[in-house]
Design a protein. Structure first.
Length: 257
């Protein structure tokens, strides 16, 4: 077991000395972090701290002005979110894109539909897609009334659970969860946190971006605190208190090494 507590020595995703400017505003300055197999890393900070900018660089929305990103030890540079997703990085937002008028199964297989063929036609294997969706959701503990139901009828927590389940099923390498529970109630947030534990327990590394420090303390192994675009705190969650992290976020203390 290494010092990260994951049993692996190489981070799945590593960000090294990343900086980003928007005109005269420096959004990020020499930011470095890594996330390891089976680990949840809490990325914390106030509004304007640079969290969203960093996630958008990792996910291909922006390019860094300086610094590097490594995925499984290989340096990568993405020109679009589609490229990032294809490489195995999935970003789950508070309002992740779904097709509300399509079924759960159709959303689960979106872009990867199973098709058979008859002369001159391609035919969807709807029954197979329904059965596989049911099995995957059952395996990860996600409950829905029916995978034939339209996504628009599901709660916010159920939608996000399905997005996460889909990502895990299709062989994603790392998940970025950007304020995933901001619009959810207490009960749905609890279910979401439980799902994060289940998915990370299967070896999937997760970066959790959240304003809710208590949520980070419930599921994260380590934390990184950004303030005005710089890393001002990092370490093991077990070694700090909520008040310690709040002090880092507000600038009362600075403990980055």
């Amino acid at each position: 077991m290494n010092k990260k507590g994951t049993g692996e020595n190489t981070p799945v995703l590593r960000v090294e000395n990343v900086s980003k400017n928007f005109g005269n505003v420096q959004a990020l300055k020499n930011v470095s972090l890594g996330v390891y197999p089976g680990e949840v890393l809490g990325l914390l900070g106030d509004n304007g701290a640079g969290k969203s900018t960093l996630i958008k660089i990792i996910s291909g929305n922006f390019h860094a002005d300086e610094g590097s990103i490594y995925l499984e030890g290989n340096r990568v540079r993405f020109d679009s979110p589609a490229e990032s997703r294809k490489a195995g990085i999935e970003t789950v937002y508070q309002n992740s894109e779904i097709c509300e008028n399509a079924s759960v199964a159709a959303n689960f297989f979106i872009g990867r539909e199973l098709c058979g063929s008859v002369p001159g036609f391609r035919v969807l294997k709807e029954r197979t897609m329904v059965q596989e969706t049911e099995k995957v959701l059952s395996d990860i503990g996600v409950e829905v009334y029916s995978v034939k139901s339209k996504m628009g009828f599901l709660s916010g927590g159920q939608r996000q659970a399905i997005v996460l389940g889909r990502f895990f099923h299709w062989g994603g390498k790392v998940a970025l969860l950007d304020e995933p529970f901001a619009a959810l109630g207490v009960a749905e947030s609890r279910k979401g946190l439980q799902l994060i534990r289940q998915v990370s327990g299967r070896g999937l590394p997760i970066i959790l971006i959240t304003h809710n420090i208590e949520h980070a303390f419930e599921v994260a192994n380590r934390f990184v605190v950004l303030r005005h675009g710089e890393v001002v705190g990092k370490g093991q969650i077990k070694d700090v208190t909520v008040d310690d992290v709040v002090s880092m976020i507000t600038g009362a203390i600075h403990v980055a090494t």
